[in-house]
Write a protein that binds this ligand. Sequence first.
Ligand code: GDP
Ligand code: IMO
Ligand code: MG
Length: 424
Amino acid sequence: MSGTIVIGTQWGDEGKGKYIDILAENADVIVRFSGGNNAGHTIVHNGEKFALHLLPSGILRRNTTCVIANGVVVDPAVLLMELDRLASRHVEPATLVISDRAHVIMPWHRELDVLQEKSRGANGLGTTKRGIGPAYSDKAERSGIRMCDLMEPDTFRSRVLAALEIKNPIIEKVYGGKPIAAEEVIAEYLGYAERIRPMVKDVHALIHEALEAGKKVLFEGAQATFLDIDFGTYPYVTSSNPIAGGVCTGAGVGPRQIGEVLGVLKAYTSRVGEGPFPTELRNAIGDTIRELGHEYGTTTGRPRRCGWLDAAMLRYASRVNGLTGLCMNHLDTIGKLPEIKLCTGYTLDGDPISHYPASLKVLARCVPVFETFSSWSDVDISATRRFEDLPEAARAYVTRIEEVVGVPVRYLGVGAEREQTILR
Ligand code: GDP
Ligand code: IMO
Ligand code: MG
């Protein structure tokens, strides 16, 4: 079978979009299987930057079919805005199809995301406020609205009226917000429905026919392992399963239909939003990484927290996802520091710990163990295209990461452009 999964191994923003764009050159179908427009995937081609939130990162490759599968939560306004933006930049996008089983993000989801964050006060999660958590909550609660419902005006109307009977009292009485007018929502969304209708299909058949025909199918992860609702640093996570297993439920394929599972990472670690971060550098080095790596959120513009690469996280990510290869970005960025540290594991009360703790209190007591590496700040590697041509110090850093994580590094990023990639 020819399915390849590309997922994040850290807290997101590892450069997944870049690899999907690269691999899409030789792929037939690109599938987003989880999350929504909380994602921000950057593609840089010929100096032009594209930030995609909901559209799969194969959208710039006309040879592909891009799929938004059932596991994604879709904000129709964002979907149309992204398509319009590409059109205004004269991009002829790939064919796009959307699962009729995907859930729709409604205005009350966005409103509740904002109100819930506000009510958490100092304990806020730092969500993207795109309505992601409330949309997945409704899906699990079985009160959600799916794409197939949006396509049937009568069904849609009755689902909106039923939802607002519950949501408006919550918005008003629990959170002190303003009620949402049903008729306005219905008119707005039925307008979107007419534009979206030609794209809405049973995509399950399309994915399976491609896999059965031996075509290359890429599953594009959004978010990352440590933002996973089951395996991440709960509750500082997103509300879906962005790990490799999420492909099975989020796109309706079995594990045997997957060949490669590529884990994307940066040569350091970043996190946007709240939550634990054992190797965080709350100092001048962290600030330098942020500036050198342009670490500001693609979706919300927030400064990203930065720290050393954490191989304890990567080993856990390797197991949780069954990684077959690593794609490591920002080797150019990390090499500009005077020296580099790699966290090879944690100790807990003085002893090495072999698992990743579930309890945030225990995690807070974990102490990272570091190895120090020379950097290569005197050499610009952004034009290097072969591993053998990298400075010895860069090769030593990469080789040690492979050793500690136990997964081979297949791709190395030495810049944001499509071409600035080393294939091993
Ligand atoms: P994603 O959400 O995983 O797709 O990642 P983002 O697009 O949010 O963040 C990755 C950022 O790093 C983007 O600004 C990319 O253009 C940039 N980037 C990716 N790979 C490299 C690399 O190897 N070197 C440098 N300097 N920038 C990179
Ligand atoms: P990509 O695909 C980085 C973070 C948010 C917040 C938490 C919950 O670009 O890697 P949510 O809005 O999902 O309920 O927010 O998850 N988050 C991301 N951080 N990259 C992302 O996506 C993220 N998507 C969500 O900052 O901490
Ligand atoms: Mg991102």
